[in-house]
Design a protein around this ligand. Structure first.
Ligand code: C2E
Ligand code: CA
Length: 713
C-alpha cells in the first residue's frame, strides 16, 4: 500500500490503528474485491488466534501484548507481500487472511503465527491456533466465510495437541446445537432440570467414604441425561456458568442443611468453581454468603479450582484462594498436572489438597515416567503438607499402587460412580450405621510443622529453596532407613564446590544415607523430633568421587506421616575448620613433646617433606621450615655415625618399613641414635624418635622428635 492509499483507507476507517493492516471492515471490503477479481483462483480463509494471549497481557502488560500483535501483523505482511492475498486483524488477538489455496499447501503460513518475544535474556514463544475454510461457495458473504473459519479455529483453541482444523459442516451443526442448548438454559434452571450427582471420595487406606464431589448433570426433556463435558464449556463461553454454579452450590448446601437438621451423617462436599468465575470479584463472597445462608460450617464445603484457572488468571486465583482460606474453606487444586505451570502453582498458591487425575498418567503401570511423575508429586505434596486425591481410579491395581505410595485419598469408578442425590444419601445412612469415622479423620492436623517455610522453599529451580545460598535438603526417615530425597543447588556447591551435579528434576536425589553417617544422623533426627530442637553433627562425608569432606549438618524436624518422618537439613563445609582444628591438636601435641625434645617435625610421606612444628631454636631450622627428609641420611651420610643401632636411612625413608618397626615396638615408636659431626671439632649426639598419631578425621600423622646433646670428641 502506498501512503496515499493508506490515508484514504484510514479516513474510511478501514485500517487497524494498532497494526496498520486492515481492520474487520477493511478486510471484508477488500477480500470481496479480491475474490470477485480472481474468479479463476480457489481461495482459503485462515482465521487465527494467539494461544493464551491473555496470559501474555497478564505476565508482561498490555504494552508488550501490543508489541506482539504488531510483530504478528508484520510477519503476515512479510509472508504475504508477493501473494494475491488480503489480511487483517479482526479484533484483539484474532487475525484473518484470504490466500489462494496453493499458499496453504506450501505450509509456510503456519510460521507466521510463531511469535517470540524477548524479555531480558529470556525468549518467550507463543503459538497460534488456526481455522481454515476453503471458499467453495464464493457467493457467501465474507463475514459468513469468516465465521466458518473462526468456528473451525474454536474447535482447536483449547486443544494443544492440534494447532489447526478445516471447517466442515458438522461444526456448523454442533454450533447450532450449542445455540439450542443455550436457548434451553433458562427454562432448564426454572424447571430444575439440572441435577447434582455426588461422587464419593474415599480414604486410600481402606476405601471408606470421607467426602464427596458434587457433579452436575442435565436431565434434558428431549435429549436425556447430558454430561457436563458438553454443556459446561458452552456455558463458560456464554456466561451462564455463574448461574449454573450458584444453582449447584445452593443445592449442595440445601442437602447438607436438611441432613444436619435431621441429625443425620454428613461429609464435606467439594464444589467445582469454573475457571471463568475468577473474573468475578465477588466470587468468594458469593460462596460464603450461600454457605452462610444455610448456616453451615464453612468446613463442610470445599472448593475445587482447576489448574487452568490459575494459568489464565494467576493473580485473581491467588487472591481468591487467600480469601477462601480466610473464610475457612479448604481449597483443592483440580486437574493438577494438566497444565504446564503445575509446579509453579505449588510455589505460589497456598492450596490444601491436590487432585491428580489418573488420566493424565495414562498407562502409569507400563510407563515408568508416569510412575515417577506420580511418585514425585505425591512426595512433594507430602512435604508441603498437602493432601493428595487421586481421581479417576478405575481398578484394583491402581488402588494398590496408590496405597503403596501413601496417597491419602482416592476417587473413581472403582469405588463409586457419580450418583444421584437419593443414592448418595442412602450411602451416607449406611455409613452412619456402620459408625465409620467422620470427616475429621481426613484432615486432622499434622504435627507442628514447617509447612509454611517449605511452601515457599520448594522444588522449583527458581524458588527460594533452590537458589538459597548454602546447602539444604530434606531427609526422609523410616524405621531403619534415612534417605536424602531432595537437595538444592547449594548442596552441590557446598560439597563439590560446583553445582554441576544439580541436574536432576527438582533436585530429587533419593540417596540412601549409608554408614557410618547413617547412625549418627538418624540419632540426631530422632533427637530433633523428640525435642523439637535443631540438632547438629559433624560428619566426614565421602563424596561420589571418593574424596572426603567434613560437613556440619543441622537437622530440623518437619513432620511425619505414617511411618515416614521428614527433616529439613542444612550443610556447611567445615574442611577448613577441621584442618585448623587438627593443626591445633598436632601443635598441642608437639608442644608437650618439647618438654623432652628440642624439635618436632611432621613427616609427610606423600610429599617427602618434613615440617618443623616446634623448635627450641637451637639450630637454623626454624618454625615451619621444611626440608626433604627422605634422603636426609644419604645427603649427610658422611657426617653421620650410627650409635647402638642398625643404619636406619632405609627405614626412615620408607613408610612401609617404618610402619613395621612401629608395629613391632612395645610402645609404638621407633628410635635411632646417631652422632652428627656438625662443625669443626663439634659433634652432637642426636636421638630421633619416630611415631605416628591418628587425628580426629582418621588421618595418620607421622612425627619425628629430635633431642640433641653436644658431646666432646
Ligand atoms: P472434574 O472436576 O475433573 O470431575 C471429575 C470427572 O471425572 C467427572 O466427570 C467424573 O464423573 C469423572 N470421573 C470420576 N471417576 C472417574 C473414573 O474412574 N474414570 C473416568 N473416566 N472418569 C471418572 P463429569 O461428571 O463428566 O464432569 C466433567 C467436568 O465437568 C468436571 O471435571 C468439572 O470440571 C465439570 N463440572 C462438573 N460439575 C460441575 C459444576 O457443578 N460446576 C462446574 N463449574 N463444573 C462442573
Ligand atoms: Ca472437580
Amino acid at each position: 500500500m502506498n501512503s496515499e492509499k493508506e490515508e484514504q483507507l484510514a479516513s474510511k476507517s478501514m485500517l487497524d490503528a494498532l497494526t496498520g493492516i486492515y481492520n474487520r471492515k477493511g478486510f471484508y471490503t477488500y477480500t470481496r474485491e479480491l475474490i470477485d477479481q480472481h474468479p479463476d483462483i480457489e481461495f482459503c480463509l485462515i482465521y487465527w488466534n494467539i494461544r493464551r494471549f491473555k496470559v501474555v497481557n497478564n505476565m508482561f502488560g498490555w504494552h508488550t501484548g501490543d508489541k506482539i500483535l504488531i510483530q504478528l501483523a508484520e510477519a503476515m505482511k512479510k509472508e504475504l507481500k508477493d501473494e494475491v492475498a488480503t489480511y487483517g486483524r479482526m479484533e484483539r488477538d484474532n487475525f484473518i487472511c484470504c490466500v489462494p489455496s496453493k499458499v496453504i499447501s506450501k505450509g509456510k503460513w503456519m510460521k507466521v503465527g510463531e511469535v517470540s518475544y524477548s524479555v531480558g535474556d529470556l525468549e518467550y514463544h507463543f503459538s497460534c491456533c488456526y481455522g481454515l475454510y476453503k471458499i467453495t461457495n464464493p457467493g457467501l458473504s465474507i463475514s459468513e466465510m469468516g465465521d466458518k473459519a473462526r468456528i473451525a479455529m474454536e474447535t482447536v483453541k483449547s486443544n494443544y495437541m492440534c494447532s489447526y482444523a478445516w471447517f466442515d459442516e458438522g461444526m456448523w451443526n454442533s454450533l447450532l446445537e450449542e445455540q439450542k442448548l443455550s436457548s434451553d438454559f433458562r427454562s432448564a434452571i426454572a424447571q430444575k432440570q439440572f441435577k447434582v450427582y455426588y461422587q464419593p471420595v474415599c480414604r486410600a487406606e481402606d476405601g471408606k467414604v470421607t467426602s464427596a464431589e458434587a457433579l452436575v448433570r442435565w436431565k434434558h426433556p428431549e435429549r436425556g441425561l447430558i454430561s457436563p463435558g458438553i454443556f459446561i464449556p458452552l456455558f463458560e463461553k456464554n456466561g451462564f456458568i455463574s448461574i449454573l454454579d450458584r444453582y449447584v452450590w445452593n443445592d449442595v448446601c440445601k442437602m447438607l442443611r436438611s441432613r444436619l437438621d435431621q441429625g443425620q451423617e454428613v461429609v464435606p462436599i467439594s464444589i467445582n468453581v469454573s475457571r471463568v468465575e475468577f473474573y468475578n470479584n465477588h466470587l468468594c463472597e458469593d460462596i460464603r454468603n450461600i454457605v452462610k445462608s444455610y448456616q453451615l460450617p464453612m468446613d463442610l464445603i470445599r472448593i475445587e479450582i482447576t489448574e487452568t484457572a490459575y494459568s489464565d488468571n494467576p493473580m485473581q486465583v491467588q487472591e481468591a484462594v487467600n480469601k477462601l482460606h480466610e473464610y475457612g474453606f479448604v481449597v483443592l487444586m483440580d486437574d493438577f498436572g494438566s497444565g504446564y505451570s503445575s509446579l509453579n502453582i505449588l510455589k505460589d498458591l497456598p492450596i490444601d489438597v491436590l487432585k491428580i487425575d489418573m488420566k493424565f498418567l495414562d498407562g502409569f503401570e507400563t510407563s515408568q515416567k508416569s510412575a515417577i511423575i506420580l511418585e514425585t508429586v505425591i512426595r512433594m505434596a507430602k512435604w508441603m503438607q498437602l493432601r493428595v486425591v487421586a481421581e479417576g481410579v478405575e481398578d484394583r491395581k491402581e488402588w494398590d499402587y496408590l496405597k503403596s505410595m501413601e496417597c491419602d485419598l482416592v476417587q473413581g469408578f472403582y469405588f463409586y460412580r457419580p450418583m444421584p442425590e437419593e443414592e448418595f444419601l442412602k450411602l451416607l445412612d449406611q455409613k452412619e450405621e456402620e459408625e465409620l469415622p467422620v470427616h475429621q479423620d481426613e484432615f486432622t492436623e499434622l504435627e507442628n510443622s514447617m509447612a509454611d517455610a517449605l511452601r515457599m522453599d520448594n522444588y522449583q529451580d527458581n524458588s527460594v529453596f533452590y537458589s538459597m545460598l548454602g546447602g539444604m535438603g530434606v531427609y526422609e526417615m523410616t524405621d531403619d532407613r534415612l534417605e536424602v530425597i531432595q537437595v538444592n543447588r547449594g548442596y552441590y556447591e557446598t560439597i563439590y564446590h560446583s553445582a554441576d551435579g544439580f541436574k536432576t528434576a527438582f533436585g530429587a536425589l533419593n540417596r540412601e544415607v549409608k554408614e557410618p553417617e547413617r547412625s549418627i544422623l538418624m540419632e540426631k533426627c530422632r533427637l530433633a523430633r523428640e525435642k523439637k530442637e535443631v540438632q547438629q553433627a559433624q560428619i566426614h562425608f565421602q563424596r561420589e568421587d571418593g574424596v572426603y569432606v567434613w560437613l556440619n549438618v543441622k537437622v530440623r524436624y518437619l513432620s511425619s506421616k505414617g511411618k515416614r518422618a521428614l527433616f529439613n537439613f542444612s550443610i556447611e563445609n567445615i574442611d577448613e575448620m577441621k584442618k585448623l582444628e587438627e593443626e591445633k591438636v598436632l601443635s598441642d601435641y608437639s608442644a608437650a613433646l618439647m618438654k623432652v625434645f628440642d624439635k618436632v617435625y611432621r613427616l609427610d610421606y606423600e610429599t617427602g617433606i618434613g615440617e618443623v612444628l616446634h623448635t627450641n631454636g637451637n639450630d637454623y631450622m626454624q618454625l615451619h621450615h621444611a626440608y626433604y627428609f627422605k634422603d636426609f641420611f644419604e645427603r649427610y651420610g658422611e657426617f653421620i655415625e650410627w650409635v647402638d643401632c642398625e643404619p636406619s636411612s632405609e627405614i626412615i625413608r620408607d613408610k612401609g618399613l617404618l610402619d613395621q618397626k612401629l608395629a613391632q615396638s612395645a610402645n609404638g615408636s621407633y628410635s635411632v641414635k646417631y652422632k652428627a659431626h656438625v662443625g669443626e671439632k663439634k659433634t652432637q649426639l642426636i636421638t630421633a624418635l619416630f611415631f605416628k598419631i591418628e587425628t580426629q578425621s582418621g588421618k595418620e600423622e607421622y612425627l619425628c622428635c629430635i633431642k640433641r646433646t653436644d658431646i666432646a670428641e
